[in-house]
Design a protein around this ligand. Structure first.
Ligand SMILES: [Fe+2]
Length: 365
């Protein structure tokens, strides 16, 4: 492997045509000598292997606007439900703890990206199934969609879930799931896993214990305390009551977690519930947050304006889920019925890192 020292000196043209073009705005017209020198230098860099010429990167990141390759996209529940239920035939009961279908953003088409920082996934647990107990540095929330008798246990405390309920599995807290009901349980998983990709190592641990069902050392007995913050469960009935009691034709309320200094549900993710009355509109948002939405009830449409100023309509119905990446302006409107939405964003992360900006403040961002 050659070292960088073997690179041949690059003959410098008397007038640097690139610099001249940058100063005058003229088209770059490299002479033969300069072109050969440039190509030779780049070829040698490639051979050395551990350097990259950054001036060959696309300049997309420097166009003056916060940007993302992710695009807005909706997963219709009418389609997703069938796919989720069919996923049962592609997994064994032993794989039940991982039977989740990631919502893949069409703009990047690779896991784990529903957005740049947060993901959404449908998870299915069949009647009688128990998922392997585990814990991880990735934070996860669950928003229950359908079923009865399913639970998430955090630190040994079982929390039974009804449609619309939100459950937090606190960072690095032992947790497992079970379905003691007679029908399939489906919920929406919200994780900050994309935030870790390429940035922080993920620590994922499983707890293997003897279980009396004879399936060997693979189940947690749901009694091991994690020592982490208290588990949190938010009942939809309580949140809906708060939404309905608030004045105005639209309202957004945050799920607050008293065990967090900033009261968000986690260090990385903030979660909210929205009410938008029929034929009414919520406040337009235009900021650096990545947003994942889920329609709990009702219907409506979201008007989304992309970075180039193009506006599109995204109609939604009950149980649809959609993503709106950072720096897309959007307005949620209620349809024929009053719309109730659940949404989670990376605001808790952006706020801490100083990356939060809005359409009004981005010039200073
Ligand atoms: Fe988990």
């Amino acid at each position: 492997m050659p070292s960088i020292e073997v690179l041949q000196p690059v003959p410098a043209p008397i007038i640097n045509p690139m610099k001249q073009a940058a100063l005058t705005g003229a088209t770059v017209d490299l002479d033969e000598l300069a072109l050969a020198a440039r190509n030779s230098f780049l070829a040698e860099l490639q051979e050395v292997g551990d350097y990259r010429a950054l001036w060959h990167n696309e300049m997309r990141a420097f166009d003056g606007k916060p940007n993302s390759a992710c695009v807005p996209h909706k997963w219709e529940y009418a389609i997703a439900r069938d796919i989720v239920l069919r996923s049962a035939c592609a997994t064994t009961p032993a794989e039940a703890e991982r039977r989740a279908l990631l919502m893949l953003n069409p703009g990047v088409r690779r896991a784990p990206y529903t957005s740049d920082t947060i993901l959404g996934a449908w998870q299915l647990l069949l009647p009688g199934e128990r998922a392997l107990c585990h814990r991880h540095t990735v934070f996860a929330l669950r928003f229950f969609i359908e079923g009865a008798g399913a639970y998430t246990a955090v630190g040994g405390d079982k929390m039974y879930m009804e449609p619309g309920d939100l459950v937090l599995t606190t960072q690095f807290a032992w947790h497992d799931h079970g379905n003691e009901g007679t029908t399939p349980a489906i919920w929406l998983d919200g994780l900050d896993q994309p935030l870790f990709e390429g940035n922080f190592p993920i620590n994922f641990q499983t707890r293997l214990m003897q279980h009396p069902d004879g399936e060997g050392k693979r189940y947690h007995d749901s009694t091991v305390k994690s020592g982490a913050e208290a588990p949190r469960q938010y009942k939809w009935a309580d949140m809906k009551e708060r939404l309905d009691a608030a004045p105005g034709s639209s309202i957004r309320l945050e799920y607050l977690n008293p065990s967090m200094v900033d009261q968000h549900v986690s260090r990385t993710i903030a979660a909210y519930a929205l009410r938008v009355d029929a034929n009414s509109r919520a406040k337009t948002r235009h900021d650096t947050c990545n947003n994942i939405f889920h329609c709990v009830a009702g219907d409506g449409v979201v008007y989304i304006t992309d970075r180039e100023g193009n506006t599109s309509e995204m109609p939604f119905r009950k149980n649809d889920t959609w993503v709106i990446p950072a720096w897309h302006a959007f307005t949620v409107c209620g349809g024929n019925e009053k719309a109730y939405l659940f949404t989670y964003t990376d605001f808790a992360t952006l706020e801490k890192l100083g990356f939060y900006a809005t359409g009004e403040t981005h010039e200073e961002y």
